[in-house]
Design a protein. Structure first.
Length: 235
């Protein structure tokens, strides 16, 4: 059974060890993936100095920092803070969006070129390790359901950032003023339209769909840690 202290929720030694391993996997995979992406050159997909303009890289860096700081705190106290679990939920949902959009939306468009080592690290390995870590430690604590709505903040901030970039004429890649096709405000679909081909629907519809997806993922993750937590408390 898990116990609680003023600094947060105590983890059993074996759970702490696995969590630290997962956190290391997140930090190392994100670091290697980001560096390789930046070194790939501007002509590569999400490559060169512009790599930091993409949600993929920004979410990888954010989750890596959470894992690094969380790992240090966990190593010192053996506990996970209550507020820290909320931050982990936000990070887990954001990086799930990164992995899902890449695997289900972008990879089919890019074809075999999508599955390069940096892309696999930042879009597959990091999301899997970060989510697994959240589910593992989340089972030993409690996260308020209303926290799920906080998961909308990073994607919302990025949508605003990308919109400003489009209006200002920033180049996310050579001659392209948007980061992803579903944030191309100048597409035939525009903001509210629909097309037979890419992007299929306007940016506003994409953003709304993504927000619904984020809420579903967030509530699903809370459901999972609640079920796992019941098993832990029954031990």
């Amino acid at each position: 059974m898990n116990s609680k202290q003023s600094s947060g929720y105590l983890l059993p030694a074996r759970v702490k060890a696995v969590s630290l391993i997962l956190k290391c996997a997140v930090v190392l995979s994100a670091a290697v993936g980001v560096v390789m992406s930046a070194a790939a050159g501007r002509r590569a997909f999400m490559g060169g100095s512009r790599v930091f303009m993409y949600f993929t890289i920004q979410s990888n860096i954010a989750v890596a920092l959470l894992s690094l700081i969380g790992g240090v705190l966990l190593a010192k106290s053996g506990a996970v803070g209550r507020r820290w679990l909320v931050l982990q939920l936000i990070g887990a949902v954001s990086i799930t969006l990164t992995g899902t959009v890449f695997c289900l939306v972008l990879a089919p468009v890019l074809g075999k070129a999508a599955w390069s080592l940096p892309n696999v690290l930042t879009h597959v390995v990091v999301p899997l390790a970060a989510v697994a870590d959240f589910l593992l430690v989340g089972a030993y604590g409690r996260v308020p359901k209303k926290s799920v709505f906080l998961t909308l903040l990073p994607p919302l901030a990025y949508a605003v950032y990308a919109g400003i970039g489009y209006a200002a004429g920033w180049e996310f890649s050579e001659g392209v003023h948007y980061p992803y096709f579903f944030l191309n405000w100048g597409s035939p679909a525009g903001a509210f339209g629909f097309t037979e081909g890419l992007p299929y629907m306007g940016c506003v519809w994409w953003i709304i769909a993504i927000f619904f997806f984020l809420l579903l993922v967030g509530f699903f993750y809370l459901f999972l840690i609640d079920r796992l937590g019941k098993r832990v408390r029954a031990q």
